[in-house]
Design a protein around this ligand. Structure first.
Ligand code: SF4
Length: 246
């Protein structure tokens, strides 16, 4: 495994635990996909996976409504790691039908319309992208939201029929940014403009001082509905032990 210079020893340990966890998961599940959200946590996981665990397949979903800064980040990542990110798009016919039904910005009209847009632009492409894998990896962290606080590092994802691994669950936001800065990793420039969590451009705004880090996502909705549907609560005992610090 490649050394990780300039990292605080504790963080180095945490990163090593993530590597070990993912290596164990690979041995167990054989085929694993990493759904790269291109957020700050994704920079840590992309670095670990593309540096040390290239057997893990990495993909991102382009909803067609991402900010330009996110597309720029994809270019920078590909240049740094000399890898091509697999980009998965919505089904063209389903997208045409969605726009015909609700218009270009119909997602503002109701929670149902918003979830339908997320379903066509994110969930269906995601479902297609993970087909045939034994597990998928996500960068969610416990402190990101009340719902995410209830997650497990390894859990059966009944909705998609495979295991879901969250190796950064116990990482703090500070851990993530220390890792990014110590290694000089690329990151989305919107993070420097009070966008801690970035999704589609029309559904993400900067946060105000004192607001939660996800307050800028679907800001017109109540906090409890602000998920795209990729991370509903699910339960089943962990299949593999995951290091406490991962
Ligand atoms: S975040 Fe907004 S634009 Fe993106 S898929 Fe969901 S509703 Fe549609």
């Amino acid at each position: 495994m490649a050394p990780t210079p300039a990292l605080d020893p504790k963080l180095k340990e945490k990163a090593a635990a993530v590597r070990d966890t993912l290596a164990q998961a690979l041995a167990l599940h054989k085929r694993i996909a990493y759904a790269n959200s291109l957020g700050a946590e994704a920079m840590v996981l992309t670095d670990i996976i593309w540096t040390d665990l290239p057997q893990i397949d990495v993909f991102s979903i382009d909803t067609g409504r991402l900010p330009q800064e996110t597309y720029d980040l994809v270019d920078r990542l590909q240049r740094r790691y000399r890898r091509t990110l697999r980009v998965v798009h919505p089904d063209a016919a389903a997208l045409e039908q969605l726009v015909a039904r609700q218009g270009m910005n119909g997602f503002y009209d109701s929670i149902e319309a918003r979830l339908e847009c997320c379903r066509v632009r994110k969930i269906e492409p995601f479902r297609r992208a993970i087909r045939g894998y034994g597990a998928w990896i996500t960068g969610v962290r416990r402190e990101q939201s009340a719902q995410r606080a209830q997650g497990n590092p390894s859990e059966w994802d009944a909705g998609y029929g495979l295991y879901k691994l969250s190796p950064l669950l116990e990482w703090s936001e500070d851990d993530v940014w220390q890792y990014i800065r110590a290694l000089g990793l690329p990151y989305n420039r919107l993070h420097d403009r009070q966008f801690p969590s970035i999704g589609c451009e029309p559904c993400t705004r900067a946060i105000q001082p004192g607001e939660s880090r996800r307050a800028g996502r679907w800001w017109w909705e109540q906090a409890e509905t602000r998920e795209c549907g990729l991370h509903p609560n699910r339960g089943r005992p962990p299949l593999i032990p995951v290091a406490a610090s991962a």
